[in-house]
Design a protein around this ligand. Structure first.
Ligand SMILES: Cc1cc2nc3c(=O)[nH]c(=O)nc-3n(C[C@H](O)[C@H](O)[C@H](O)COP(=O)(O)OP(=O)(O)OC[C@H]3O[C@@H](n4cnc5c(N)ncnc54)[C@H](O)[C@@H]3O)c2cc1C
Length: 419
């Protein structure tokens, strides 16, 4: 790798991956640093993409292939940046790479997981199921390598997985490593996290068992999710045939997130379609303040939802969510603005359309960055050679993240050439 002529990309979600492959295919070295044990970010957790409803894994696969075919992209998973010093053309970056306890000989055969006696909560599925302590993050993970969660291992159980591995791929002596890199430009692509739904007391999340978030709904609908794609409710596994979606769960609320999270209306319409497709005798009701389906999504997607009489769109802000203790149904109270009445209705399950919070917690490591009052990176004030991309700058869909990342790739190449 040509020192100082490389670009560091922090975050291996769709934005970071795009910035990395576009930069590399223009002839520059790129290093991706990703804190998860896999690349792909939040998109890897989605069931389908609006508006075409195709599987997101296709888009990710294309980028993974571009990485595999490129000699100019290297990546570190389970890694985080600890320090960034210097200036455009001459940054020194310190990384901490945490141990995977599984080396490159891993062929993904599952023998270690089968032998493993310990379990951990599955964070990929938002805790809706468990994996073994030796696990593959998900069935299409890239890199396709197992990981061992040392915190979940029981005393002395490591012997079982090491003995089960025919390929000598388990290395329980791995230690955290510190790596120093010299790069010419830095791209921050640390993305977003879901807003903490427990903070909205009246919406029942964490107290009412059959209230889940929109990201949980993505996992619940996915064939590689906790129920194999069968949309059933958490309390008793009942098929969900009467579902409600609560829009702006946190977004557009001065007490929570003052901004519109851009994708939530589209996500709920998409998820209403998941239910309608799975159970033809189902109905889905979406409670919204304003339905926002920007640009081409209006006629390509909203129109499709509206053409289904069993997707009911009701203008009204939800005032309270409680549980029927006997049936575990979810009771939603809401004012029907157009109908001029108050609705109190029971649903099998309720999905909160929780908003997107910028993943800026870790960008603070990079100095000389300003933040907007609502917490996103203010790219206009960043120092030369440091760029932010995608959902770190505002809540956006994948298409916009990709456009932005392609632009940022050009900016960072220009930056390398200035020096
Ligand atoms: C319910 C829901 C459904 C959605 N459905 C769609 C859809 O159908 N179609 C669509 O276009 N969009 C959809 N979106 C939006 C989509 O998820 C985002 O546009 C996309 O995730 C943006 O990618 P990103 O790379 O900017 O961020 P992310 O996907 O968040 O990726 C950021 C990456 O950075 C990593 N990272 C974070 N901090 C660090 C750190 N300190 N060091 C190293 N790595 C770090 C993360 O682990 C992650 O891998 C949906 C969003 C929601 C909430």
């Amino acid at each position: 790798m040509a020192e100082n002529k490389a670009v560091l990309v922090i975050g291996g979600g769709f934005s970071g991956l795009t910035a990395a492959v576009e930069t590399a295919e223009a002839g520059n070295d790129v290093v991706i640093v990703e804190k998860n044990p896999y690349l792909g970010g939040r998109v890897a957790q989605l069931n389908k993409y609006f508006w075409k409803l195709c599987p997101p894994v296709c888009g990710l696969e294309i980028n993974f292939k571009r990485i595999k075919n490129s000699s100019q992209v290297t990546f570190h998973t389970l890694a985080e940046v600890q320090e960034v010093k210097g200036e455009e053309g001459n940054f020194e970056v310190t990384l901490k790479v945490n141990p995977r306890y599984v080396n490159d000989k891993c062929v993904g055969c599952d023998a270690c997981a089968q032998a493993c006696p310990s379990y951990r909560s599955n964070d990929f599925n938002f805790g809706m199921d468990k994996t073994k302590a030796a696990y593959l993050p998900f069935n299409q993970a890239f890199p396709f390598k197992y990981v061992i969660d040392a915190n979940a291992c029981s005393k002395d159980c490591g012997k079982a997985c090491a003995e089960a591995c025919k390929y000598d791929a388990i290395d329980l002596n791995m230690k955290p490593e510190t790596i120093t890199l010299k790069v010419g430009a830095v791209v921050m692509a640390t993305g977003w996290t879901p807003y903490d739904a427990t903070r909205m007391d009246i919406l029942g999340f964490g107290k009412v068992q059959n209230v889940i978030t929109n990201m949980m709904m993505e996992r619940l609908s996915a064939v590689n999710g906790p129920t194999g794609g069968k949309i059933t409710r958490p309390s008793d596994g009942k098929e969900v045939k009467n579902i409600a979606f609560v829009q702006c769960a946190g977004s557009r609320d001065e007490n929570h997130l003052p901004y519109c999270s851009y994708i939530c209306c589209l996500a709920s319409l998409k998820q209403a379609m998941y239910v309608r497709e799975q159970y033809p005798d189902s109905k889905a009701q979406v409670f919204y303040i304003d339905l926002r389906t920007p640009g081409l999504y209006e006629h390509r997607f909203l129109a499709k939802a509206k053409s289904d009489p069993n997707i009911i769109l009701t203008k009204g802000k939800v005032a309270g969510i409680t549980e029927d203790p006997a049936s575990k149904d979810v009771i939603v109270e809401v004012e029907d603005v157009f109908g001029g009445t108050k609705i109190k209705a029971a649903f099998d399950m309720v999905v909160l359309a929780t908003g997107m919070v910028p993943g800026t917690k870790d960008t603070k490591i990079v100095k000389d960055i300003s933040y907007t009052p609502d917490g996103f990176v203010d790219a206009s004030t960043a120092k030369k050679g440091i760029y932010a991309v995608g959902t770190l700058k505002s809540p956006v869909d994948v298409a916009r993240s990709v456009q932005d990342a392609t632009g940022v790739a050009i900016k960072s190449i220009q930056s390398l050439r200035r020096k």
